[in-house]
Design a protein around this ligand. Structure first.
Ligand SMILES: Cc1ncc(COP(=O)(O)O)c(C=O)c1O
Length: 386
């Protein structure tokens, strides 16, 4: 039997770590942990205690141990809750949101919804390297700015924004700052205490945890309020009602604790592997890295390969699994809006691929990926009419 393709799409999702699964199992089985965490009896209390522990694990892993963790179905819901919830609760305080043109759809779409009801939204354009200009951010803030909402690391390019400086601007201007850390949490050290940040969106499945669970973390002890998106229960103080998925919550806690513990060694390994990939591929003519080489997630390599369509390269390499951009917009078949926002032409965006490696990538995988990609790129170029 032929071996399965090498997985190079860790930014889309990660496999569940076996250690995470082991932590979850007692809360799925006929054990002590299956209870409804809202029930006032022994089984409910067992589940609730495990969830509290998971909330501490998540909050500690992102550097804000005192934070309030609101469980959601993932980062999409957390982003929606942050944007719609804040905008609706503080409607009288401000009528302006600052975000960027390269955000994930779960930030851009709620912004578009809010704009329909009169919210003014400023979409900052990234610079050519994918980083945002801090001056442009500061200048975009006006007296009616309520919220800044930005991803820490971009899901397609892996480019990391200067969270410390963005937090300082938000503090100086007295504006709430929401950070989408779906791609960065567990992958790089976050600034201790997340200064200036009011809300953080997280996802478990980007971090070797289960799918269908995430969180909106309220970092400060002084309360920031949010209007709920759903109604019909008193769980999570009514902010996000519904019976708790205890096993998933426990899994997310374990996944984040594990990532925190493994972070230094994993970052080192990802750097070394990605460097090998990058050096081998850019040694071919017309291959360049999209986005900042310095400020990027260690496991992400977004490459532009002149004259080779990303989808053609994908079809030509069944031994590998990689993507051209975010999985949730893959079905739209459009060239990456993120790369175009950075100034790439449609053709250049089409000639780009995203390789993302992770915890279970081996050194042999890297060698094989280099061999397969180099051969396929040369073959496709040889067949190209121009
Ligand atoms: C930056 C970013 N935000 C949000 C999301 C959505 O996360 P989830 O799948 O947990 O809803 C993703 C997923 O690709 C992402 O990359």
């Amino acid at each position: 039997m032929s071996s399965p393709p090498i997985y190079l799409d860790y930014a889309a999702t990660t496999p569940l770590d076996k250690r995470v699964l082991a932590a979850m199992l007692p809360f799925l089985q006929e054990d002590e942990g299956f209870g409804n965490a809202s029930s006032e009896h022994y089984y409910g209390h067992q589940a609730l205690a495990a969830q509290q522990c998971a909330a501490e694990q998540v909050a500690t892993a992102v550097g804000v141990p005192e934070a309030r963790v609101v469980w959601t179905s993932g980062a999409t819901e957390a982003n929606n809750l942050a944007l719609l919830g804040i905008a609706r609760f503080y409607a009288k305080r401000g009528n302006h949101i600052v975000t960027s043109a390269q955000e994930h759809a779960s930030i851009l779409e709620p912004c578009r919804e809010l704009a329909k009801s009169g919210m003014r939204v400023t979409y900052l354009q990234p610079q050519a390297d994918g980083r945002l200009s801090l001056d442009a951010l500061a200048n975009a803030i006006t007296a009616d700015t309520l919220l800044i909402s930005l991803a820490h690391a971009n899901s397609e390019t892996g480019v990391v924004q200067d969270l410390q400086e963005i937090g300082a601007i938000a503090t100086k201007k007295g504006v709430l700052l929401h950070i989408d850390a779906a791609q960065s949490a567990g992958k790089l050290e976050l600034p201790e205490g997340l200064p200036g940040v009011a809300l953080v969106s997280l996802s478990a499945h980007k971090n070797y945890g289960p799918k269908g669970i995430g969180a909106l973390v309220f970092t400060s002890k002084s309360r920031v309020h949010c209007q709920p998106l759903f109604f019909g229960g008193a769980q999570q103080a009514g902010l996000r009602p519904g019976t708790f998925p205890t096993a998933s919550i426990v899994g997310m806690g374990e996944a984040f604790a594990l990532s925190q513990q493994l972070l230094p060694s994993e970052v080192k390994r990802m750097h070394a592997y990605c460097d090998r990939l990058r050096k081998a591929l850019v040694s071919l003519s017309g291959v360049t890295v999209n986005g900042s080489s310095r400020h990027r997630l260690a496991h992400n390599l977004n490459l532009r390969i002149e004259g080779v369509h990303g989808d053609a390269l994908n079809y030509a390499t069944p031994e590998l699994v990689f993507s051209q951009g975010a999985a949730c917009s893959a079905s739209q078949q459009a060239p990456s809006a993120v790369l175009q926002a950075m100034g790439l032409t449609v053709a250049q965006a089409r000639d780009s691929i995203r390789l993302t490696i992770g915890r279970f990538t081996t050194s042999d995988d890297i060698d094989k990926t280099v061999r397969v990609l180099c051969r396929a790129i040369q073959r496709l170029r040889a067949c190209s009419p121009c």
